[in-house]
Design a protein around this ligand. Structure first.
Ligand code: ATP
Length: 310
């Protein structure tokens, strides 16, 4: 029996859109610093944990699930094990994930599962780690996990995991075009590096320590969708398009059908379209569905991983 006295805990954690992503030059250690403006959106993962003597995971949901590991490779199991190791908790957890964020879609679904599992196990086991320590475990699990824990709107620097909250107001309306294939984040970064190496003579070298453009911060602060549309940017978009040229047609289709702007989210292949308001988002959703794209609507920002009542 857990010390919390609960039989199970249900946590919701959000997927994210990178409204701005700049990738720095390759560091000596083979990594890049990034500058990211994250927005948590209403496309969420539902994670339920209950007491068990060992660790297991089951996965269901509305997205293609074949690429989700069901063994210790699942990031939710890694999260639960990490928390148990940190706190000395002797038992395990049965983890049930209901996925709504596309897998390898560039929206941080796995990171949301990890953040949700940390919060859920911490409550189930009654370990009650201070927030800073949970954030520290989140960082060890992956660069996007701390943001899934905090949610809202934030700026990430370093590897993307050094977070500071960004002032934001209002609600932004997104239409997300989900692909029926995934793109591997390391492959997209490798394509960016190869492109930069090929064009070293004719493009400006990337900053080693990039920062988020002032225009993005301004747009978020003003809650102005038109302004944000002008400021959307992703250095990983060109390499993602290079690996998957069909994404260029998706971007064009959205812009022809009333999107203020579109951007590949993170390393793709999800394309996020920003709409002026809820009515334009609905119209865009209908138009893109008619073109046989798999689209969902989402709003942002929303809060990070948190316990919900069943
Ligand atoms: P990011 O935007 O953070 O780069 P992503 O959204 O592109 O991530 P995810 O779906 O979060 O990608 O993770 C994809 C990879 O992680 C796949 O290789 C998958 O096998 C592995 N993985 C491990 N655990 C999970 C999980 N719980 N859900 C989804 N993928 C998982």
């Amino acid at each position: 029996m857990t010390t919390s006295g609960r039989a199970s805990v249900h946590v919701k954690a959000p997927g994210k859109i990178n409204v701005f992503l700049k990738v720095g030059a390759l560091d000596d250690d083979g990594y890049h610093d990034v500058a990211i403006a994250y927005q948590a959106v209403s496309l969420c993962e539902d994670v339920r944990v209950s007491d068990a003597s060992d660790f297991s995971v089951e996965v269901a949901g509305s997205v293609e699930l074949s690429r989700v590991p069901l063994d210790g490779g699942n990031i939710a199991i890694k999260a639960a094990r990490l928390l148990a190791a940190r706190t000395g908790y002797p038992g395990g957890a049965r983890i049930r994930i209901e996925k709504h964020v596309p897998v390898t879609g560039g929206m941080g679904g796995g990171s949301a599962d990890a953040a949700a599992t940390l919060v859920a196990c911490d409550a189930l086991w009654g370990t009650e780690l201070p927030r800073e320590e949970l954030l520290d475990l989140a960082r060890q699990l992956g660069a996007d996990v701390p943001f899934a824990l905090t949610g809202g709107t934030a700026i990430g620097t370093g590897r993307g995991d050094e977070l500071s909250p960004a002032l934001a107001q209002g609600t932004f309306h997104w239409v997300l075009a989900l692909a029926d294939f995934g793109l591997s984040t390391p492959a997209v970064y490798a394509e960016l590096d190869a492109h930069r190496a090929r064009h070293a003579q004719d493009i400006f070298p990337a900053d080693l320590r990039p920062s988020v453009d002032a225009g993005v911060l301004h747009a978020l602060r003003a809650g102005d969708a038109h302004m944000l549309a002008e400021a959307l940017h992703n250095d990983l978009q060109a390499p993602a398009l290079h690996l998957e040229p069909s994404l260029a047609d998706v971007l064009e289709l959205g812009e022809q059908n009333g999107a203020l702007a579109g951007v590949v989210s993170g390393s793709g292949p999800t394309v996020a379209f920003l709409a002026a308001d809820v009515d334009s988002a609905l119209e865009l959703q209908v138009a893109l569905s008619a073109s046989r794209l798999n689209v969902v609507r989402a709003t942002g920002p929303v809060h990070g991983a948190r316990i919900v009542g069943d």
